[in-house]
Design a protein around this ligand. Structure first.
Ligand code: SF4
Length: 374
């Protein structure tokens, strides 16, 4: 079983913190969709005939695609891949796109899951981030999607904003619960190089981020989710019950094959990774000549193990160290001992699992456990 990721590289406006690949100029969208369908057919053998159990439209802003564009993409996917009848098909959407008409048009396609970029239910945060929507639109679009019959809805929230008070963070979570959301992805704001936010901080126009505040928000988040009985199944991801766990993202974390389509998209076939050029014009021009612009890296055994440490340790299922053979398992056991002694890691069913305390410094633990090539 495998997954397909499709990157839609357009947005209405640039959020100040964002370093994903996108363009705010949408004139090339039609040419892009033509190139995308060419890429789909050129990559028909990438997954080695495995059935596709998840399709994920990410970006950028996939909700900018018209129904006709989506239908063209689905038609081409079905021509070249076997997609499970009950596949999870997610579309990332921004609240300002999800009008009643748009939702009903999306409902007529194969999309059965929305990932909505809410980020905050407060207007002053949305303005600070330069999001294209308002707080009221955020709540309204969720209700509209639910009224139209979408049950599997996830929303993104961001914490660690300099102006996000503890009370506002509590309120954002309480609003999500009140709206009957089944899945939440919560990310700590980070300052990526060459973003508007990095510029604002370096010129003193914005306050610096506060690590203690972000850690406190994360602890509050874990506490509230526990009280509500949600599954904390990956550091940043929570579901009300198992059936709402993201199948697509879980496949990444479990090392399954996936094909990434569109500019900047990454693919993994079990032994190598490849990534497409992060440039819309280059992508479109190249595919018009029948060539996918990508780079590729074959992974060594140690790189593959390190990738598993990076991804699986972040999940509630943990890292099954006995999978790696006697000597690597012993090495990982020895490396993990100090963290187990400090109650940052624990072992469950022969797997290493982060404790709540460990989740606060997950990146450091992952780095320490990773293996050297020699
Ligand atoms: S809508 Fe999403 S992809 Fe587009 S700029 Fe904002 S955060 Fe980035």
């Amino acid at each position: 079983m495998a997954g397909i990721y499709i990157h839609i590289p357009y947005c209405k406006q640039a959020c100040h913190y964002c370093d994903f690949h996108f363009s705010v100029k949408q004139e090339t969208k039609t040419a892009f969709v033509n190139s995308l369908v060419s890429e789909i057919s050129l990559q028909k053998n990438y997954l080695g005939g495995e059935k596709v159990e998840t399709v994920y439209f990410g970006g950028g802003t996939p909700s900018l695609l018209s129904e006709a564009e989506l239908r063209k993409i689905f038609e081409t996917l079905h021509q070249h891949f076997e997609i499970e009848t009950n596949a999870e098909i997610t579309l990332e959407a921004n609240p300002d796109d999800l009008t009643k008409e748009k939702i009903s048009s999306l409902k007529s396609t194969e999309i059965n899951r929305f990932s909505i970029g809410i980020q905050s239910f407060f207007d002053h945060h949305l303005k600070w981030m330069n999001r294209a929507h308002h707080a009221q639109e955020a709540e309204d679009c969720i209700k509209r999607a639910q009224d139209a019959g979408f049950v599997n809805i996830t929303i993104d929230l961001i914490y660690g904003l300099p102006d996000l008070t503890d009370e506002e963070w509590e309120q954002n979570l309480a609003t999500s619960f009140a709206l009957g959301i089944r899945h939440l992805s919560c990310y700590s704001l980070t300052v990526e190089p060459r973003t508007a936010l990095a510029h604002f901080i370096s010129t003193g126009k914005s306050r610096k981020l506060n690590d203690e505040q972000a850690a406190r928000h994360f602890e509050m988040l874990m506490q509230r989710m526990k009280e509500q009985g949600w599954l904390h199944y990956e550091i940043s991801n929570f579901a009300t019950e198992e059936k709402f766990i993201s199948q697509h993202n879980s496949a990444y974390w479990k090392g399954k094959k996936y094909l990434g389509l569109g500019p900047s998209a990454h693919s993994f076939n079990g032994t190598s990774r490849q990534w497409n050029a992060r440039n819309n014009h280059l992508y479109i021009d190249s595919l018009e000549k029948g060539v996918i612009p990508f780079e590729k890296e074959d992974l060594t055994k140690i790189q593959r193990i390190n990738e598993r440490i990076m991804t699986e340790l972040r999940t509630m299922w943990g890292l099954p160290i006995s999978d790696f053979g006697f000597s690597i398992s012993n090495l990982l056991s020895a490396k993990s001992r100090p963290f187990i002694n400090e109650k940052l890691l624990e072992t469950k069913n022969d797997s290493l699992v982060l404790t709540d305390k460990g989740k606060l410094i997950a990146d450091k633990i992952v780095l320490d456990l990773m293996l050297d090539e020699d």
